[in-house]
Write a protein that binds this ligand. Sequence first.
Ligand SMILES: [Zn+2]
Length: 169
Amino acid sequence: MPNFKHVILDDGSSFQFESNDLQFLRDLGNKINAQDPRGTQFPMFVIKQKVKVYGDSSYCSEKERREDYDGEVCEKCQRILDEGGYLPEDCNDCDDECFVYFNWEDQIVENCGSFFTAEAAQQHIDQNYYHYTKPFTYAIGSWRNYELQNVLEILSKFGTGLEAISQYK
Ligand SMILES: [Zn+2]
């Protein structure tokens, strides 16, 4: 049988927690209080990854071969192809049409949502890294997001280290 804790509100209504739930909130509160807020008030953590954003060669710093290119390549590259090898990503002798230009940009991964702790975000990366390109954790703010600020404050109070709560005041 789970061990229930009853909580009675000022309006007389009540609800109950399982001890496991309370322990979870305490542990989460402790983690929130102890973690590095990365200079952000009320931080939440998201995962960002690098994505290729294609564009004009005048403002892109990276280039790669067009996958759909089936025209001619330079003599040197043709020899590589004839020998069954892989073409180099860059070649000054090949025609410019062989290439596309891009920049690496940071993009938030949206489908996994945000995390209360950087630790949980990092765990998600460790377990799902093969879905992402160069993923990393990133702190986002909760500016004027009073609902979320309130939740973070409450979670912070579930933790034990009272002095650490000050980051939320
Ligand atoms: Zn070439």
